[in-house]
Design a protein around this ligand. Structure first.
Ligand code: CO
Length: 211
């Protein structure tokens, strides 16, 4: 792969900004007035996952939180602040939890090779593997096991999202965004909607509230 130099990246920026202004001379003036994105995207930090490119979305459409292996952690103050800001203040309509096939974080959890701090971070994925070990180990290739765990991880992170105080409050106030679980297939560039059913987690949040 050929990489752009720092100088080239800055030149690219000037060319892009000039093109935008040529197409619409008020583009940046409008962009500068503020944001009201309809989507919160929670994804993996992987450099290949430029979701705006994959989805043809424009600046101002996606509010973003990324970390290794797209974790929804109930103790991550950075993530929780982003979630609350997105749901309560920006009033996003949809939350997308986006995993991907070929994820290095999933691989680290599956193979158990010691890398460093990432090993601690991906421990919840190791737990998912242990819970579903029979199903995963039954798959014929390591790649399929790796990719299945990526899907199960997305499902688990969607579930975790419904355990957050932010989502539970939003549900009780009937202002919760719709949640989607996706996996990006880097081999084809295509996004697969896992059609994660969120009904039972929604109901659980509400019934626990009543309780
Ligand atoms: Co990844």
């Amino acid at each position: 792969m050929k990489y752009n130099s720092i100088e080239q990246i800055l030149k690219n920026n000037q060319a892009w900004a000039a093109k935008k202004v040529a197409e619409d001379h008020t583009y940046f003036q409008e962009l500068a007035t503020g944001q009201k994105p309809p989507y919160l995207y929670i994804g993996c930090s992987d450099s290949r996952l430029a979701l705006t490119r994959f989805t043809g979305t424009e600046p101002g459409e996606l509010f973003v939180h990324r970390n290794i292996a797209n974790q929804v952690s109930l103790t991550d103050i950075n993530f929780l602040a982003i979630l609350e800001y997105a749901v309560v203040h920006l009033e996003v309509k949809h939350i997308i939890v986006g995993g991907h096939y070929g994820c290095g974080g999933i691989k680290a959890a599956l193979e158990g090779k010691a890398i460093g701090l990432v090993d601690n971070w991906v421990n919840p994925i190791r737990e998912i593997y242990l819970q579903k070990q029979d199903e995963i180990d039954a798959l014929p290739t390591q790649e399929e096991r790796w990719n299945r765990l990526a899907e199960l991880n997305v499902q688990m992170q969607v579930k975790n999202l419904y355990q957050t105080s932010v989502m539970r409050q939003a549900l009780q106030q009937q202002q919760a965004p719709e949640v989607h679980g996706w996996v990006v297939d880097i081999r084809t560039g295509l996004i697969k909607d896992l059609q994660v059913s969120t009904k039972k987690w929604q109901l659980r949040s509400l019934s626990l509230a009543a309780f």
